[in-house]
Design a protein around this ligand. Structure first.
Ligand SMILES: Nc1ncnc2c1ncn2[C@@H]1O[C@H](COP(=O)(O)OP(=O)(O)OP(=O)(O)O)[C@@H](O)[C@H]1O
Length: 137
């Protein structure tokens, strides 16, 4: 998704069973033209709560508001997204709680790129060990 909103995210992951996180990526060189404009803007954010974003259609009068659990912009790196949205569900899976993390978005919006970044984190084993150190099998 093109554009840069003001970086903002809720302070702590909510306890809701489904959490929705939006990541706005940077324009790629092939997309960056003088006509490129932001299509997402942050309307509201409450500490520890939801954020509200607005999608503006560039060539339409479409204006849609969505409430999300968190918003990450191009200034936020994959570690922040991982720590907020992924690592928090790891302890639960060792207690029998099912958890799924998936990416949804338009073709070319960066889903594979982002998931590969997560996969390539050098410290993933250390992170899992940290999350599981108190578990007894
Ligand atoms: N944050 C990013 N920084 C640099 N390049 C990126 C970024 N996100 C995506 N890209 C590049 O954009 C292109 C499309 O990304 P990607 O393949 O991840 O999209 P996708 O959402 O998985 O698409 P599809 O649904 O078609 O599989 C790739 O060449 C990828 O390297």
């Amino acid at each position: 998704m093109a554009g840069a909103a003001t970086p903002s995210r809720s302070a702590a992951p909510s306890s809701r069973p489904v959490r929705v996180v939006l990541r706005v990526r940077l324009f790629l060189p092939s997309e960056a033209t003088s006509a490129a404009v932001l299509c997402v803007s942050l309307l509201n954010s409450h500490l520890g709560g939801e954020v509200t974003v607005q999608f503006m259609g560039q060539h339409t009068s479409r204006g849609e508001h969505y409430k999300l659990d968190a918003l990450f912009s191009q200034e936020d790196n994959i570690n922040q997204i991982f720590d907020w949205g992924v690592s928090t569900v790891i302890p639960g899976i060792f207690e029998g709680v099912n958890a799924t993390v998936f990416a949804y978005g338009a073709t070319g919006s960066g889903k594979t790129y982002m998931m590969q970044e997560v996969q390539e984190r050098g410290d993933k084993i250390a992170l899992l060990a940290d999350k599981t150190e108190n578990l007894r099998f």
